[in-house]
Design a protein around this ligand. Sequence first.
Ligand code: ATP
Ligand code: MG
Length: 233
Amino acid sequence: MPTTPLISGYGLQRHYRRGIETVRALDGVDLEIRAGESLAVIGPSGSGKTTLLNVLAGLDAPTGGQLTIGGQRVDGLSEQQLTTVRRGFFGFVFQNFHLIPTLTVAENIVLPLLFLRRPVVRHEVEQVLEAVGLSHRAHHYPRELSGGQMQRVAVGRALIVRPRVLVADEPTGNLDTVTADAIVSLFLTLVNREGLALLLSTHNLELASRCDRIIRLKDGQIVPPVSPPQSLR
Ligand SMILES: Nc1ncnc2c1ncn2[C@@H]1O[C@H](COP(=O)(O)OP(=O)(O)OP(=O)(O)O)[C@@H](O)[C@H]1O
Ligand SMILES: [Mg+2]
């Protein structure tokens, strides 16, 4: 039986006004994402990938369309109400890792719990360290890590809140191809093992094709897949 979507969007728009000009960063996107599913978003620079991820994750409010997150209609909610819906539902991973240099690996990972005023449970932190393969680096500082390890800290920090959806905006943009591949493997393991949903934007078609589904954006719209030529009868 198909599960209900964790996120569904219909006719999603995010328009920006610049004087008399309107930038249609997102322009009528329909999309559903379910637990245990990985979705890659590809498209050229400026096509709307970041905008789509931010809207689907409740970081930005859509300016048009319908959006449901975790069964709750969220279009039309205030920023504050959106924050409440978003909290703990999403884990975020970015291209530039965004680690705090003066905190250790373990301290960086537990940071979201402090923001959410949730207790830090030692064995849960150990589980996350283990899941991202950094148990032996728990007390190291970011400057002592490789790029791939830094991104794994960021993945750990996203996981500590036990999110339903992992949102990764070009998470491999600053990594070499082997390390990038390993990070995507880690994501897909988490999707399969924990039943998370993954929303991944990337410029790398090879990485994207490891996901269950790919959508291609152009000018804020989904480009329909090219269907194979009809065979002659
Ligand atoms: N705050 C903003 N105000 C006005 N226009 C914006 C704003 N944010 C994004 N845009 C515009 O929306 C469009 C989509 O931007 P977006 O960042 O989503 O693209 P992207 O596909 O993520 O690109 P990249 O691959 O370079 O990260 C661009 O034309 C951009 O200039
Ligand atoms: Mg982007």
